[in-house]
Design a protein around this ligand. Structure first.
Ligand code: CP
Ligand code: NVA
Length: 293
């Protein structure tokens, strides 16, 4: 198994399934263990976070370890200390690091100089930790995702990229409904991924519909244009009605109600978004056990 967790496809599907299985077991036990006693996790975040930060901090505490949040503005990194030097020094002290970065290259450079596991807690390219929670939620609700039809509506962003990697690894069919101008320029060769501009085609017979904001962190200067281009890609109750009657709806959160989702969608019975958010904690525990245990 790869040392770092920068992208889902650094791992074999068997490793990922074991992480999800461990997450399920840890969730069922509902009790604190001391399996990571004496272990320390550092979190270096260049962007805001609610779920990722808190789930890692709580997960470490519940497994008997400790975590510390290191805002880039408080580190010497923010004043120009090289990434390589920061990685060498911090990894000589801590047992693992979670990075949330503007640029995915920062994570690669950091991991190449780190002697402890580096976990991608979101970059401009991908969000693999989110997929662990999404796959866990689907598994709990519907069983195996193999052979299922999964739909992504909206921006082909970091979360969608990790869905595309998951489609190949877990062998499900991902349909991405996204305006042509926002499709990935060089990455159209994903296995098991179909691109379309038709939401109806993408959601027909779907087992799982997922979406995310139209304006991700870092895209704020394109807000007006994105809101205009994506306006026909909203997921609402009538979009869910076109999928299988037992379709599941997920959203990584935070959501902008009235943009990518209708104002009432999170509380629709087909939405398992609150469970998905809680599952970030359980999935982080499964991952930490694998990497630091
Ligand atoms: N879904 C997710 O990563 O949320 P945060 O930005 O709050 O961490
Ligand atoms: N695509 C979003 C995900 C937030 C969890 C962003 O990058 O802002």
């Amino acid at each position: 198994m790869n040392y770092h967790f920068l992208d889902l496809n650094n791992y074999d599907v068997a490793d990922l399934e074991r992480i999800i299985e461990n997450s399920i077991q840890l969730k069922a036990k509902k009790k604190v263990s001391n399996v990571l006693e004496g272990k320390f996790l550092g979190l270096i975040f260049e962007k805001s976070s609610t779920r990722t930060r808190v789930s890692f901090e709580v997960a470490m505490t519940q497994l008997g370890g400790k975590a510390s949040f290191l805002s880039v503005n408080d580190l010497q990194l923010g004043r120009g200390e090289p990434i390589e030097d920061t990685a060498i020094v911090l990894s000589s002290m801590v047992d693992g690091l979670v990075l949330r970065t503007l640029d995915h290259e920062t994570q690669i450079k950091f991991s190449e100089n780190s002697t402890v596991p580096v976990i991608n807690g979101l970059s401009n390219k991908s969000h693999p930790c989110q997929l662990l929670a999404d796959l866990l939620t689907f598994y709990e609700e519907k069983g195996s995702i193999k052979g299922r039809k999964v739909t992504w509506c909206g921006d082909f962003n970091n979360v969608c990229f990790s869905y595309a990697q998951a489609a190949e690894l877990f062998d499900f069919d991902l349909w991405v409904a996204c305006p042509e101008e926002y499709l990935p320029k060089e990455q159209l060769n994903f296995k098991n991924v179909t691109f379309t501009q038709s939401i109806s085609e993408a959601v027909k017979n779907s087992d799982l519909i997922s979406t995310d904001v139209w304006v991700s962190m870092g895209d704020e200067n394109e807000s007006q244009e994105r809101i205009r281009v994506f306006k026909d890609y909203q997921v609402n109750e009538s979009v869910l009605d076109q999928a299988k009657s037992e379709v599941l709806f997920l959203h990584c959160l935070p959501a902008v109600k009235g943009q990518e989702i209708s104002p009432t969608l999170l509380d629709d019975p087909r939405s398992k978004v609150w469970k998905q958010a809680e599952n970030r904690l359980h999935a982080q525990k499964g991952l930490l056990l694998e990497l630091l245990g």
